[in-house]
Every structure is written in structure tokens, then in C-alpha cells.
Ligand binder design. Structure first.
Ligand SMILES: C[C@H](O)[C@H](O)[C@H]1CNC2=NC(N)=NC(=O)C2=N1
Length: 96
């Protein structure tokens, strides 16, 4: 259970995250890696972190370009679970 974020809280979180943008009840970011294996490496790191958080992003894989979309389905919108996992995804992208 996590409270839905207000519009202001979402804007503040996005300003801190940088690469993410809001699309309705979701936030999304794209990352282009050097090649396909690196993109899959990022996906594997994100998968581990998502399992630890018990919160899971939608991931679109197109060759070396990844698109992550986050929303808290059980709450029908954005919560701290999404902004927290977004930061972990950013770290995973930077670490590869
Ligand atoms: C029991 C478990 O925590 C829930 O089913 C989780 C799993 N992962 C999830 N991921 C996302 N993005 N939204 C959810 O509501 C959600 N629910």
C-alpha cells in the first residue's frame, strides 16, 4: 500500500530525476545503450532491483533502446514506489 502522489509531488520528483517524463498515470524514460548485450545487462540489473522492491516496470526492448514505464497498478497511479524505482533504474543505466 502506497499513497498516490499529488501533481506537485510528481513534478518535484521528475525535476530530480531528469530523464523521466509523465504520461498520465505513468512516468517513462528511454535509454540508448552501446549495443544489445549492454541493453540486456541493464534489463537484468533492473529485474533484480524490481524483484527486491516487489515493484515492476513495463520494459520495451528495441535492439539497444530501452523504454521503461512505471505506474503503481494497484493504486491506479503514481506513488513513491515508482519514483524510487525510477532512481534505481537510472543507477542501473549509469552502471553499465
Ligand atoms: C504483491 C505484489 O507486491 C504486487 O502484486 C505488486 C507487484 N508488482 C507491481 N508492479 C507495479 N508496477 N505495480 C503494482 O501494483 C505491483 N504490484
Amino acid at each position: 500500500m502506497a499513497d498516490l502522489l499529488t501533481d506537485t509531488q510528481i513534478e518535484t520528483a521528475l525535476a530530480g530525476l531528469g530523464a523521466w517524463s509523465r504520461e498520465g498515470d505513468s512516468i517513462t524514460r528511454t535509454a540508448e545503450l552501446a549495443d544489445f548485450p549492454q541493453a540486456i545487462q541493464v534489463v537484468n540489473v533492473v529485474a533484480e532491483r524490481a524483484e527486491t522492491a516487489q515493484h515492476h516496470p513495463d520494459i520495451d526492448i528495441r535492439w539497444r533502446t530501452l523504454t521503461f514505464t512505471l505506474s503503481t497498478h494497484s493504486e491506479g497511479g503514481l506513488t513513491e514506489k515508482d519514483t524510487a524505482l525510477a532512481a534505481r533504474i537510472d543507477e542501473a543505466i549509469s552502471s553499465v
